[in-house]
Design a protein around this ligand. Sequence first.
Ligand code: LLP
Length: 403
Amino acid sequence: MDNKLLLSLEKKYKSPLYVYDANKIISQYHKLRDAFEGVKKLRINYAVKALSNISVLKLIKDLGSNIDCVSIQEVRLGLKAGFKPQEISFTPSGISLEEIEKAVALGVKINIDNLVMLNDFGLRHTDIPVSIRINPNIMAGGNKKISVGHNKSKFGIPTYQIDQVKEIVTKTGIHINGVHMHTGSDILDISVFLKGAEVLFSVAKQFNNLDFIDFGGGFKVSYNNDDPATDIEEFGKIISKRFNDFCNEYGRDLEIVFEPGKFLVSESGNFLAKVNVIKETKDVTFAGIDAGFNHLIRPMYYGAYHHILNISNPKGKEKKYTIVGYICETDTFAEDRMVNEISQNDILCFKNAGAYAFTMSSNYNSRLRPAEVLVFNDKDYLIRKRETFEDLLHNQIEVSLDQ
Ligand code: LLP
């Protein structure tokens, strides 16, 4: 997105500010669909947790995507955005049967990731088909925290428990209509997806009444110019062929499902923050900004790289800065990073701030969450107001204890 436009949006809406480029979301969506044009039935379930603003969900819906939700609140957001219940998949982890029941009552597709819940569910709802999440026992993902398909991960049913799944099916009469996996996020190597796919095929063969196979999300996007992304075209070609062969073997055309979060929204996002202070010490030049890890936690939590541009001085001489936030504990966005010369009040732009950025923000240090703006064809739409002090107090109850 153009620097001039971003600067004008900061002037209009103030910092810190999230700005999303709708056109980028649209082009990523088309790129994904095109990559899988070799399969007969494709379903894309956008992973709502990446960016759950209702206006973004509406855009995703208008593109023709379905959604994947992990909490009853995400389901309700999806319904409010206009998705039909059957366009919503519910893939929670470790939640109560009560919450699953709420999703059932709303009519969404249910995906279950453990034997206990499958059994409980089967005893209550023989008539409602469910899919099962499989743990393929694969270590995949950009870092350990986001690798969720390995044998010590809490997610999914291990393949050695499939016999127990079958026992539950026999006992309860429940209908398994899909098999699912999600092995991690930021997965570059397509051979990892293919390895997981083979595990799913071997499980799928054991259930003769499936409608779909869901390979989850996890495609890696580029975080700066030289950073490679998952080769989605190549992956699309290979998996489409393999999937079609599997369907022939299975005797029926199944639906292939993917659940991308980052792929669709990461690159659409820009996070704008203003420089409060330049602090020079013997060892470091700090640029302190009017935001913190309460707004964008990925660098501190995962050690994630976000490209940072000084959009106020894009042609300035590059210098080394440690860019820090205003939270009162270590709060580092980038260490010893070369950035065009920074002065007080300059606006810095953090790239790839569309996925897991606003949705992971908090009020730590009693800071307020930023506003969000969606830009479509150069027109800007405020899609979330900046929080106010009143919002911070909204649910607090003031009691005075008589001591
Ligand atoms: N499907 C399921 C069941 C998931 O749990 C996730 C993400 C996705 C799909 C989408 O994955 P994606 O395509 O976005 O990689 N907060 C971390 C990423 C955590 C992902 C959690 N699950 C980060 O900022 O890197």
